[in-house]
Design a protein around this ligand. Structure first.
Ligand code: ARG
Length: 467
């Protein structure tokens, strides 16, 4: 196939076909951010109102101009909210779209709003406000997810299941204990969210282009009006910094990894081979060809969303890594990554909260699996240490022989006869059978943080008090 280059045509003919007016249109398309930063309209208007109020308070603009500006901004807000506002790509971004409309609405006073600020501190402000609100939303959603797990844990504090390492049966645990593992994970995510809110709680507005301004502005006043703890302390850093976005994406990625591990467990547990859980109809789908199937689509999609979220983190880290101070246009690429990750994360947390609440737990299946695979072998070894005084290494060896015998006989450890066991070690008595059941095994693990129902109840109470 021939292409323009090999035929020696001009580059414009090669790639200009879809653009109505050549390179200018391409510049407009690559430059404009209005397609996605219109999401920041409410933050932009809030920021401008706080800025204009401060300018008037400091005598930098007149009270009359300020009133016109505030009134005009309120009009624009309702125009956007009601879908009447016409966004223009020619005006590049949300900041210039709003300012241009303000000029149409109130005339020359609109031109005074941009005194002592730049789009560099303006966008830093808008985006910080947006991320701060998103973090607060994430915190609330994580609290709901944790609450769902606490309810399930409480309900299943005595439900035994196999605990796994390497996905091989390891030792019996309870489903309640397993649920509480996720409470810990999402609890850490929520702590990270809270710390991130603390880290970003500084107001960028007034840093101007990068060097600050000669106008007698009051950055403490705008910080307070916008609900920030204080203003940022270095104007160069302020317009260069996207740590708050990176931190959001890091937290989202870690949380998504947690959600994905849970999704993977739900996928495994809901197979007929495991059968530990049954998914509600609300969170599964059928197959168009195989009538017997119930697929864990919601869990699978949560698992897949993690790819997008992690990708957004890598994308923004890569955008930022080579940028000299202060602002560069590269930073405009921050928003889509954060918006997309935020949307995916919200959806994933909501879907998981629903799934956890709706899951039918099949305690019979869990119990049967818990007792198979010689899951109480460690209990036998521990008994030999405790009751027969064997060093743990010897007890481990004796137990290994008992497991081999049971395997040969095709039975579980608890099904071996006393004579069989005594042939392996003469000090074994019939008391040993007390520790070979899964319930006894679980009940004995009373160390702090262990799987014994008594211990898990304490952990649930501790989290209930915090949640
Ligand atoms: N749309 C821009 C962004 O998202 C706003 C800042 C533009 N600043 C500039 N100096 N061109 O980053």
């Amino acid at each position: 196939m021939s292409d323009g280059a090999s035929e020696g045509k001009s580059s414009n003919q090669m790639w200009g076909g879809r653009f109505a007016s050549g390179p200018d249109a391409i510049m407009e398309e690559i430059n404009a951010s209005i397609g996605f930063d219109k999401k920041l309209f409410a933050q932009d208007i809030r920021g401008s109102k706080a800025h204009a109020t401060m300018l008037a308070h400091q005598g930098i603009i007149s009270a009359d101009d300020k009133d016109k500006i505030l009134h005009g901004l309120d009009t624009i807000l309702s125009e956007i909210e009601s879908g009447q506002f016409e966004f223009s790509r020619r005006l590049e971004d949300i900041h210039m779209n709003i300012e241009a409309r303000l000029a149409t609405l109130i005339g020359p006073a609109a031109g005074r709003l941009h005194t002592a600020r730049s789009r560099n501190d303006q966008v830093a402000l808008d985006f910080r406000l947006w991320v701060k609100e998103e973090l607060a939303k994430t915190e609330t959603m994580l609290t709901a997810l944790i609450a769902a797990f606490l309810d399930r844990a409480e309900e299943h504090v005595d439900t035994v299941m196999p605990g796994f390492t390497h996905l091989q049966t390891a030792q019996p645990v309870t489903f309640g204990h397993h649920c509480m593992a996720y409470v810990e994970m999402f609890g850490r995510d929520r702590q990270r969210v809270r710390h991130a809110i603390e880290h970003l709680d500084e107001s960028p507005i007034g840093a101007a282009a990068l060097a600050g301004t000669g106008f007698p502005i009051d950055r403490h006043m705008t910080a307070k009006a916008l609900g920030f703890r204080e203003p940022t302390r270095n104007s160069i850093d302020t317009v260069s910094d996207r740590d708050f976005a990176l931190e959001f994406l890091s937290i989202a990625s870690i949380c998504a990894v947690h959600l994905s591990r849970l999704a993977e467990e739900i996928v495994i547990w809901s197979t007929p081979q495991f059968g530990f859980v049954r998914l509600s109809d609300a969170f599964s789908t059928g197959s168009s060809i195989m009538p017997q199937k119930k697929n864990p689509d919601a869990a699978e999609l949560v698992r897949a969303k993690t790819g997008r979220i992690n990708g957004s983190l890598i994308a923004l880290l890569t955008v930022m890594k080579g940028l000299p101070l202060a602002y560069s246009k590269d930073m405009q690429e921050d928003k889509e990554q954060v918006f997309d990750a935020a949307e995916s994360l919200e959806l994933a947390i909501a879907a998981m909260t629903g799934m956890v609440r709706d899951l039918t737990i099949r305690a019979d299946k869990m119990k049967a699996a818990a007792g198979s695979g010689f899951s109480t072998a460690t209990d036998l070894a521990d008994w030999l240490v405790r009751e027969a005084g064997l060093p743990f290494r010897d007890a481990h060896h004796v137990t290994g022989r008992a497991v081999a015998l049971a395997e040969e006989k095709g039975c579980e450890l608890a099904e071996l006869s006393l004579a069989d066991l005594q042939a392996i070690h003469p000090d074994i008595t019939d008391k040993v059978f007390d520790v070979l059941t899964v319930e006894a095994s679980v009940a004995s693990r009373t160390s702090f943080g262990g799987t014994a129902p008594s211990e898990v109840r304490k952990q649930i109470a501790w989290w209930r008090a915090k949640n």
